[in-house]
Design a protein around this ligand. Structure first.
Ligand code: SAM
Ligand code: SF4
Length: 388
């Protein structure tokens, strides 16, 4: 039954972006903002409701299968704002009885205290940004919590929610494969069904970028990064938490269904500042994005009913390329027939044969094309080759 929902093309997700954080982490390039003077949460809640109404008028009659509160730091929202938004969604769309409602949370004690409120509001899964399990790394990452505090928050999540996940960042400055293996095993002891494990990426226009550029922050070279990646797969596989996506690990059936909506190329509405969406309307797929700056987004919504600044009809080629790009991140790979139907032409057999001979891709028993585990670290190059 769960599987049907996951592969069903009617799967429809809603992403809600809460763009505020208590402080800006030096590695982060997400659309997140610090407002020391506070914000008018009730006014934002009204703007969210308005944008939901406008979006639902555009794609009416859908059944929402997954909802994701991402950020920024949505655990800074009051539970009553979460209730208001969920009620707004239910007013304009049908909600699937087994809807997955995830909320990203920072593991500070104040936020963990709100978990029961979030559950009462309808949240049934939390994803915690733990990032590291040692205080020196957390300090370097600019986090506002200690490892102990993070583990306490994980414990609270475990007692309140049936489903929880947490994020770790690895390939940090100075990290050895031994350190990481040890840290990951400790994390797995605390994890239940799902873990997101991201390699530290140095993003442009972040303080880490400047530090990295002038040699004050050194990240692992390619060989070491590969070793760290291999350790990740080895330790997780042994623990029954295999990768279902390049950075996401879960027990069978415990994948994040919302993220699968993106990677399987289904529709989702993006609500809130800087949110992206993909909407099928009159036989055409649109890529949407909203104004990023929270105050400008809110004023736009108040005057126009939505904050959309990009609404681009995708060509067949663009749509098929996107399916390839997203779908090949998954261990299950892509359905070549679906690709052909989107692109109006099949994938190039000769290229596939070449990549197969190199051990970079393989065909599964169900006929899906996927990147081999060995080639996952060079995923971008493989996708570029196939899409060329
Ligand atoms: C929107 S953020 C998470 C939510 C929450 N605000 C937090 O920080 O705990 C999603 C995740 O992306 C990861 N992330 C953000 N920037 C990253 C970077 N430069 N390299 C690797 N992972 C990153 C972090 O693990 C983070 O938890
Ligand atoms: S990592 Fe999370 S808490 Fe830190 S700035 Fe980014 S969104 Fe905010």
């Amino acid at each position: 039954m769960l599987n049907m929902t996951l592969t069903d093309s009617s799967a429809f997700g809603v992403y809600i972006h809460w763009p505020f954080c208590l402080s800006k982490c030096p590695y982060c390039d997400f659309n997140s903002h610090v407002r020391h003077g506070g914000i008018d949460e009730a006014r934002y809640a009204r703007a969210f409701l308005r944008e939901i109404e406008t979006t639902a008028a555009r794609v009416p009659g859908r059944t929402v299968s997954t909802i994701f509160f991402g950020g920024g730091t949505p655990s800074l929202m009051s539970p009553s704002t979460v209730t208001t938004i969920l009620d707004g969604l239910a007013k304009h769309w049908s909600i699937a009885p087994d809807v997955e409602v995830t909320l990203e949370a920072n593991p500070t004690s104040v936020e963990a205290e709100r978990f029961r409120g979030f559950r009462a509001a309808g949240v049934n899964r939390v994803s915690l940004g733990v990032q590291a399990l040692d205080d020196a790394s957390l300090k370097q990452l600019g986090r506002l919590h200690t490892a102990e505090e993070a583990l306490k928050a994980v414990g609270i999540a475990r007692s309140v929610f049936d489903r929880y996940s947490f994020d770790l960042i690895y390939a940090r400055p100075g990290q050895t494969p031994q350190d990481w293996s040890h840290e990951l095993k400790r994390a797995i002891d605390e994890a239940a069904e799902h873990l997101s494990l991201y390699q530290l990426t140095i993003e442009a226009d972040t303080p880490f970028f400047a530090l990295h550029a002038n040699g004050k922050l050194q990240t692992p070279n390619d060989d070491l990064a590969r070793d760290l990646y291999d350790v990740t797969q080895e330790v997780c596989d042994k623990a029954g938490l295999g990768a279902y996506e390049i950075s996401n690990h879960a027990r069978a059936g415990a994948q994040c269904r919302h993220n699968l909506v993106y990677w399987r190329g289904h529709d989702y509405a993006g609500i809130g500042p800087g949110a992206h969406g993909r909407l099928e309307e009159n036989g055409c797929r649109y890529a949407t994005a909203t104004e990023k700056r929270p105050e400008s987004w809110m004023m736009r919504v108040e005057s126009l009913g939505h904050g959309v600044t990009v609404n681009e009809a995708l060509t067949r080629e663009e749509r098929a390329d996107e399916y390839l790009l997203m779908g090949l991140r998954l261990a299950e790979g892509i359905d070549p027939k679906r690709y052909a139907a989107m692109a109006g032409r099949p994938l190039d057999d000769k290229r596939i044969a070449l990549l197969q001979a190199e051990g970079a891709v393989e065909t599964t028993a169900s006929g899906h094309l996927r990147v081999t585990q060995a080639a996952f670290p060079i995923l971008d190059a493989v996708v570029a080759d196939l899409a060329a």
